[in-house]
Write a protein that binds this ligand. Structure first.
Ligand SMILES: [Zn+2]
Length: 172
């Protein structure tokens, strides 16, 4: 049996020369106007609304006594609904951190930025979230276990976003 290259003398379809590319091929850019909505759910909606008020809210499970932040309506340990809303502090401890030297588009940054997981005071151990760590002058300033506090945007600039906290800074 002959192989494919011996049997096929011409590729099917229409070959396009460089010249044809300029005259025959039409290119258009189309950007779809995609509209969507996103429901944050009961727990995160309240969390985001309280950020606008300059407060961090959590949920407590009265069975395991854990205080969960970001809040969730369901305790994954006890397999039951959580029970009540509690406010926690806007201070915490650096659980882990990273010092990226590249931007989100993979371009190199002149100065690195600092990002960490913050365990929030008043919540159960290991409860917290990822955020920027600001006002850091040198990588040697930052360490796991360091105490930090939230730096909030001015009230009129808050939008019910995690970025209503501009960043956390080290408590000296
Ligand atoms: Zn529980």
């Amino acid at each position: 049996m002959k192989n494919m290259s011996e049997r096929v003398k011409h590729f099917p379809g229409h070959e396009i020369s460089g010249k044809a590319l300029a005259s025959e091929v039409k290119v258009t850019n189309y950007y779809a106007d995609l509209q969507y909505s996103w429901a944050s759910g009961i727990a995160i909606s309240r969390f985001l609304n309280e950020l606008r008020n300059g407060r961090i809210i959590a949920r407590k499970c009265n069975m395991c006594k854990r205080i969960l932040v970001p809040p969730r309506m369901f305790c994954e340990d006890c397999f039951r609904d959580t029970d009540e809303w509690v406010f926690v502090k806007d201070t915490g401890t650096i659980n882990t951190y990273s010092i990226p030297h590249v931007a989100f588009d993979a371009s190199r940054l002149e100065k690195p930025f600092y990002v960490g997981v913050i365990n929030i005071d008043g919540a159960s151990p290991m409860m917290g979230f990822l955020h920027l760590i600001g006002e850091v002058n040198s990588p040697s300033d930052i360490s796991v276990g360091a105490k930090v506090e939230a730096v909030w945007k001015p009230h009129e600039e808050r939008a019910g976003s995690i970025l209503d906290i501009k960043y956390f800074r080290l408590i000296k």
